[in-house]
Ligand binder design. Structure first.
Ligand SMILES: [Zn+2]
Length: 109
């Protein structure tokens, strides 16, 4: 995923309120997205990257929830037929693999 500079919306919704809240805008820029860095309570941070990370996490949570739903659905409707059952289990296995991958992404920095 290539980093892009802050959009107008991000400037309006993230950077402006931050400036109004008394955070100090530094004359350094985020190497990742180009947004000005801010300092608050002695901590230097990029508000845009922080916001994007949070958003991404929320999106991943949404995907995770849908996968869990599907997994439950499959688990609750196991077919009698052995061939069908195997297909079912394979699908469940794939979902579980995906879930694990998502959880790793979420936890890993
Ligand atoms: Zn940034």
């Amino acid at each position: 995923m290539s980093a892009r500079g802050p959009t107008e919306e991000e400037i309006r919704n993230i950077i402006m309120p931050l400036m109004l809240s008394g955070a100090k805008m530094l004359d350094r820029h985020c190497p990742n997205c180009g947004s000005p860095l801010f300092e608050k309570d002695g901590k230097v941070f990029c508000p845009v990257c922080e916001h994007r990370k949070k958003q991404q996490k929320a999106e991943m949570k949404g995907v995770e929830e849908r996968l869990m739903e599907k997994l439950n659905e499959l688990a609750n409707s196991l077919p009698e037929d052995i061939d069908e059952l195997e297909k079912h289990l394979r699908a469940m296995e794939k979902i579980i693999e995906l879930l694990e991958r998502y959880r790793k992404l979420e936890g890993g920095e």
